[in-house]
Write a protein of this length. Sequence first.
Length: 267
Amino acid sequence: PETMKFVFNGKKKNKWITGKDLILYTIGKIGVSGALYRAMEFTGQMIEDATMDDRFALANMAVEAGAKNGIIKADHKTVDFIDSQEGGAPRDYKMYESDADAVYHSVHEYDGSDIDLQVAYPSLPENTRPVSEAKDVRLDQVVVGSCTNGRFADLEVVAGLLDGNKVADGVRMIIIPATQKIYKKAMAAGFVDIFIDAGAVFSTPTCGPCLGGHMGILAEGEKCLATTNRNFVGRMGHPKSEVYLASPAVAAASAITGVITDPAKVA
C-alpha cells in the first residue's frame, strides 16, 4: 500500500500526553477513513522521545484511521525492548527504515505544542477534542485496558492517580490487564490493592466490554469513558449508550471525579 507520513515535531506539552493522545489527535485530523488501505508511518522528535508503550498504542490504533498498518522506525529503544523479553529475540532479525528518497502519498506535520490531552466523543474515534473542552460529561463507567492501553505502564499511571483516592459514587471502574504476565506483574507491584481500595474492579485479561462481549456492558443511556480503541454505536452495549475514548491518565482522573477530567486536577 501507499504510505502516509506523520511527523510529530517538538516536545509534548506535559507529562500526561501519551501515544493515545497522539493517535486520537491524528485521527481527529484525517478522519476514520483518512488512511484507508494505506500504511501510516510515524516519525519526528516526539516519536523518538516516546516510550515503546506509547509507540505500541500509537501504532495499535492506525486501523481506526482505516490504515493497513502503523509503522515506526526501529531504534535503540526497540532493540532494548526485544532484548528485555524473556529469552530475547526468538530469531535473527533485520532492521529496516524508509529510503531517504521515499515517495509518500502525503506528509502531515504536527507540532507538539498544539497537541493536548484528547477525548474522542461518540460515536467515532475521529470526534476528538481537548479534555479542557469536555465539560459536564457525567460518567456511569470507566474502563481501563484492551490491546490499546492494558500495558503495565498504563496500569502504573492509573495506580499512581488512584492511590489514596476513591472511585466516585455511582461510577463503575473496570481495570483489565492486557496479558496474564502483566496481571501478575501488577499484583507483584501492589497495584491490585490500590485498585481494590479505590473501589475499582480488577479483571483477568480479556477483551471484555470493548466489543460488547461481557463485564461492563452498557445499558440504555449510560456513558462510559474507555481506553479502548473504538466507540462505534452499540460497540459496548445498548445502541443508545455512549462511549468516550481517552488515555489511562484521563480515565483514572475521570473515575475519581465522575466527570471527564484532566489528570493534572487530581494528581
